[in-house]
Design a binder for this molecule. Structure first.
Ligand code: HPA
Length: 272
């Protein structure tokens, strides 16, 4: 199944299976990045659907990604969480990476919050900073050596949701910056030279996911809000070596603020 072609009817079958388990149709889907699943403990009337039990659904392999959907309510707003996502470096094709997005669309979900752990390209944003994504850039160079452009279209970064996120953060006294998320292939962290290039191109955060999801969701007309948890300085910003452990430690530290923020954003979207 890993790289097989997923037809529309495959997506529909998967959607029918998931729909059969969900009690209230979700208004919002939330993709949770590495180590950012704490919020799922707050879900009321929770129904867990593991990726394993969904016929034909791919399996993630990364530590910190458990691989399940949790549907239920946050403050009376019906939500579907995806805990565990797919990465290009795991060998999945774009079709598979974006399957969750096509599933959300097939379920009639209109709003999508995409979260991730990312490296900070700027000294001014230390580990622990939360960043709302206002633009993205594909630095995988899969299509050739040309300088990639930053995409800031409203269809990929909904201005209303961005404002709602910034307002909510201010109200909660949680620091939330704004910036450009850059997708690199992984699975290794970048080199200092790559990070210098990314900074010159205008990137603020660097990670190995999210951009294919944003692109697919934008094409399908979902309203998108992206939030990065900057877990470490990217390579070469300081002398400290990068580790997946640091990523997990930082997400554990800021997990509470992140959870409060996402919770309140969900509630605010529910009141729109
Ligand atoms: N680079 C790429 N992906 C990441 C990083 C990083 O520094 N930190 C967390 N995910």
């Amino acid at each position: 199944m890993m790289n097989s072609f997923l037809t529309l009817s495959d997506v529909k079958e998967i959607a029918d299976f998931v729909q059969g388990k969900i009690v209230t149709p979700p208004e919002i889907a939330v993709i949770l990045g590495s180590g950012l699943s704490l919020i799922t403990k707050d879900v009321e009337e929770a129904v867990t659907i593991t990726y394993k039990e969904i016929p034909g659904y791919p399996q993630p392999t990364v530590k910190g990604h458990s691989g399940e959907f949790i549907s239920g309510k946050i403050g009376n707003v019906p939500v579907l969480f995806a805990s565990g996502r797919f990465h290009y470096y795991e060998g999945h094709n774009i079709e598979t990476l974006t399957l969750p997005i096509r599933l959300f669309h097939a379920l009639g979900i209109k709003n999508l919050i995409i979260t991730n752990a990312a490296g900070s390209v700027r000294r001014s944003s230390p580990p622990g900073t939360l960043m709302a994504i206002s633009g993205h850039m594909d630095c995988t160079f899969r299509d050739g050596p040309n300088q990639p452009e930053i995409l800031r279209n409203d269809k990929y970064h909904d201005p209303e949701l961005l404002k709602l996120a910034l307002d909510t953060a201010r109200r909660l006294n949680v620091k939330l910056t704004e910036g450009v998320y850059v997708w690199t292939l992984g699975p290794s962290f970048e080199t200092p030279a790559e990070i210098r290039m990314i900074r010159e191109f205008g990137g603020d955060a660097v990670g190995m996911s999210t951009v294919p999801e944003i692109q697919a969701a934008g094409e399908l007309g979902l309203r998108i809000l992206g939030i990065s948890c900057l877990t470490n300085y990217a390579a070469g910003i300081t002398d400290k070596p990068l580790t997946h452990e640091e990523v997990m430690e930082t997400t554990a530290e800021v997990g509470k603020d992140f959870t409060r923020l996402v919770r309140e954003i969900i509630t605010a979207i529910g009141k729109e």
